[in-house]
Structure formats: structure tokens, C-alpha cells
Ligand binder design. Structure first.
Ligand code: IMP
Length: 431
């Protein structure tokens, strides 16, 4: 297959970065299609850790085109910082390989200020956003007052629009949120300086990706966050503000549905979540703490400790459906070594009624009691295994049971942090 999307099937942080980085070796073009720098894709290459937030993970492979599609909201200064970091570490040497959509929206300082002030005012009811202004930027996109990268072509127009927005946002910040206003001159000056550095990356990315597909190139679409954080299909309102499911590939890049051949879902061998919201298979206590340490489960974007839960097969079946999943990649199985038994959530009890599939309303998840199946654990670490046959039998049994419960084949199994520590059962680009 030549066009493959990778999506998260939980609440983000599934280990997509590593899988995308690995698949990027076989791709010609790597495309982000939604979200912003609330995403943080962590990769370990040659013992060095990289965290990419906006630039597609393909940037760590020389010669690959990396596309930031129209579906993103991009903090321009954060993007320039990330590009500079990549260049300092010897990556992204050729600027012509990074393509930024004219139609992508910008995250402006007032978006960050509004995001943070709203969360502070919500107190206990806060969503637990990353505080990077993502929700307010998507609001402006829909309200048709967003700043798009194409606006930079005519700086006079850009400045007028920006100042108009700042007046309106400052009134809202002061009157409603009791927060400090944004300094207009400072913001305009920063954007004037950034403009010269941003313009060379601007591109008609829809046409670029379409042409790549038409000419037989391999294109990898890199999803961010996870299906349960999707604005429509996730645990609303405890979600992010974009569509994170595979169908967002089309609206977020400008290609049609017939152009996508496979969707690979990524899931951890257990579950994590940062921020507030329902999480039926969550557990706390000593085991959760040690798993958090072992799995380094601290938010890559914010450093917050992640909540910990067992693998949830009900969620996984649901996310397989909404994404039209071809196969699943399971990550971080090495982290479960030594835990006995391991549990899988196979159903919920809500108000006395059993649900084997996702209840009709996500609000019902707030009171859902998990039904667990216990599987014998394994004491021998799978780290270092290169094939299915080399996996400890306990891990194999666990993986097979997950595949059976979710109803999709397992394409990859992650057994460590490094790029190489992944057993590839099926490579979508080789199918
Ligand atoms: P926002 O995207 O910053 O508005 O945050 C909304 C919710 O999505 C919060 O619970 C965040 O913690 C969560 N979130 C956003 N992006 C990610 C991600 O990449 N991984 C995990 N959680 C995320």
C-alpha cells in the first residue's frame, strides 16, 4: 500500500511518534493533518531523545518531504523554535523539504492567554488543557476570524486583522476572564520578524500531497493525540478541539477519501490519559506509580504525570470502528513485565446494566465500572526480541487476546524505546 494513516486509539501518548518515525523510513512524504503543538511525539534515535510537536516525525530521516497540512493550528514562533532545534541537531538541512500550508491557522498569544485564563477560572471543572491555545485557535477558525499563514503574504492586511482581533480579545480577556491583555505592538513586531523566516515554507500542500500520490509516492499521514480526544468521537468536553480520527486526513490535507489505503491504529499495551475526564479502566496506588515510572508516563508536552489504566478492549473496538482500522500496533509491552496478572477491560457496568461495547453516550463512561479479564503476566522481558517467535510466550498470549477482543490483526509490537525495538509483523507499505 502507498498511502497510510497512523492514528492514536486511546487518549494520546500511545507511542505514535516511534511508529511514525519507523514507517517514515519507507515513506517519501510525511504529513501532519490536525492538532498543534499540544501534540508531542517523542522519538529516541541513536540514544538521543527528540520531541517533535509540529514538524512531522519524518524530519529525522534525511530527504523526506514533511508537510504541515491546513488542518493544523500552528504557533508560528514555536514552529520556528522547533525548526531551529532540528537544524542544530543536524536535521532538516534542506528547507525545501518542509511544506507549510497557506491555509493552516496560527495560534496567537491571545489564544494562549484565553486558554489559560479559562482553565484557571474553571477550577475543579477544568479540562486540563495543555495551555497552548489550541481550543481558542480552532474557535477562531470556525468563527472565520482566524489568522492564516496566507495572510502573511500581505503584511498590511495581516497587521490590520491582527490588531482588530487583539482589540476584541483584550476586551474579552479583561472583562470576562479578568486576565491581563495582550500587547498589540509587541505581537505585531514579533510576527513581522517571524514572517521573513516563515514565508519560504509556505506551499499549496493539498496540491503537493495530491501530486505525490498521483506520481506513486508513498505518503504517511501522521495523526496526533488520540481518538478518545477527538472533538466529535471522544469523551466530550474532555477532548481536544480537532478531529483526531482518520477521516480528518481528508479535510486536514485537501485530498479525497479514495486516496487513503490503510489506517494503522496505535495503542499502548495499557492505557494512559493526561488531563481530566472519564477513564473507566484507570487504577491508582503503588502499581500505577511504578508503571508510571517504568513507562516514563509524564506528559511530553507539559510534564504532567499521566493517569494509568489497564488496556481497555471496549474502547479499542470502538476506535477500530470509527477509524476503519486496518491493523493495530501495540506499544510499550516491555513496561508490563513483572506484573502478574495483567488485566484487560472487556466491558462496563453502568447503572446496573452491562455494556460489552461503547455505551451510546460517552457521559455514561463517568459512572462506568470496568469488568476485567485477568491474563497471566510474564517475568521475562520482551526487550530485544526481533520476531514474534522470540517474544516470551506470556506476551504472545496477551497480544493474541487483544487482537481477538479488538477484532483487528496486530501489525507491530513495541518492546522498547529505540526505533529498532519494534517487531514488525506486517508493514503497511510492504502489503
Ligand atoms: P488541549 O488540546 O490543549 O486543548 O487539551 C485538551 C485535552 O487534550 C487535555 O486533556 C490534554 O491533556 C489533552 N491532550 C491534548 N493533546 C494531547 C496529546 O498529544 N497527548 C495526550 N493528551 C493530549
Amino acid at each position: 500500500m502507498k498511502t497510510v494513516a497512523v492514528v492514536g486509539t486511546q487518549w494520546g501518548d500511545e507511542g505514535k511518534g516511534k511508529i511514525v518515525d519507523m514507517l517514515a523510513a519507507d515513506a517519501d512524504v510525511i504529513v501532519r493533518f490536525q492538532g498543534g503543538n499540544n501534540a508531542a511525539h517523542t522519538l529516541v534515535v541513536g540514544g538521543k531523545k527528540f520531541v517533535l510537536r509540529l514538524v512531522p516525525a519524518g524530519a529525522l530521516h534525511p530527504g523526506k518531504a514533511c508537510v504541515i497540512g491546513n488542518g493544523l493550528v500552528v504557533n508560528p514562533l514555536a514552529l520556528l523554535g522547533e525548526i531551529a532545534d532540528l537544524k542544530r541537531s543536524g536535521h532538516l538541512a534542506d528547507d525545501s523539504l518542509l511544506k507549510l500550508s497557506y491555509e493552516a491557522h496560527m495560534v496567537m498569544p491571545y489564544h494562549l492567554a484565553i486558554d489559560r485564563a479559562r482553565e484557571a477560572r474553571l477550577g475543579k471543572r477544568a479540562i486540563g488543557t495543555t495551555g497552548f491555545g489550541i481550543g481558542p485557535a480552532y474557535e477562531d477558525k470556525m468563527a472565520r476570524v482566524g489568522m492564516r499563514f496566507e495572510d502573511l503574504l500581505d503584511f498590511k492586511f495581516f497587521e490590520e486583522k491582527l490588531r482588530r482581533n487583539i482589540v476584541e480579545k483584550n476586551a474579552y480577556l479583561k472583562a470576562m476572564l479578568k486576565a491581563k491583555p495582550i500587547k498589540a505592538d509587541e505581537t505585531v513586531d514579533a510576527m513581522k520578524k517571524a514572517r521573513r523566516r516563515l514565508l519560504p515554507y509556505l506551499c499549496d500542500t493539498g496540491a503537493f500531497v495530491s501530486e505525490a500520490i498521483d506520481s506513486g509516492k508513498r505518503v504517511l499521514f501522521e495523526g496526533a493525540h488520540g481518538t478518545m480526544l477527538d472533538i466529535d468521537h471522544g469523551t466530550y468536553p474532555y477532548v481536544t478541539s480537532s478531529n483526531c480520527v482518520a477521516s480528518a486526513v481528508f479535510s486536514g490535507t485537501g485530498i479525497g477519501p479514495g486516496n487513503l489505503e490503510a489506517v494503522l491504529g496505535i495503542s499502548k499495551g495499557y492505557t494512559t490519559r493526561v488531563g481530566a475526564g472519564p477513564f473507566p479502566s484507570e487504577f491508582t496506588g503503588h502499581l500505577a506509580d511504578s508503571l508510571r515510572e517504568e513507562g516514563d508516563e509524564f506528559g511530553s508536552a507539559t510534564g504532567r504525570p499521566r493517569r494509568i489504566g489497564w488496556f481497555d478492549a471496549v474502547l479499542a473496538r470502538y476506535t477500530a470502528r470509527v477509524n476503519g482500522m486496518w491493523a493495530l500496533a501495540l506499544t510499550k509491552l516491555d513496561v508490563l513485565t513483572g506484573i502478574d496478572p495483567v488485566r484487560i477491560c472487556v466491558g462496563y457496568i453502568v447503572k446496573g446494566k452491562r455494556y460489552d461495547d461503547m455505551p451510546p453516550s460517552h457521559r455514561m463512561l463517568i459512572n462506568a465500572k470496568p469488568i476485567f479479564e485477568e491474563i497471566p503476566g510474564w517475568s521475562e522481558s520482551p526487550a530485544g526480541a526481533l520476531t514474534l517467535a522470540e517474544l516470551p510466550s506470556g506476551v504472545r498470549r496477551y497480544v493474541e487476546r487483544i487482537s481477538e477482543l479488538v477484532g483487528v490483526p496486530i501489525a507491530m509490537i513495541g518492546v522498547g524505546k529505540e526505533r529498532e525495538a519494534t517487531i514488525v509483523v506486517r508493514n503497511p507499505f510492504a502489503d
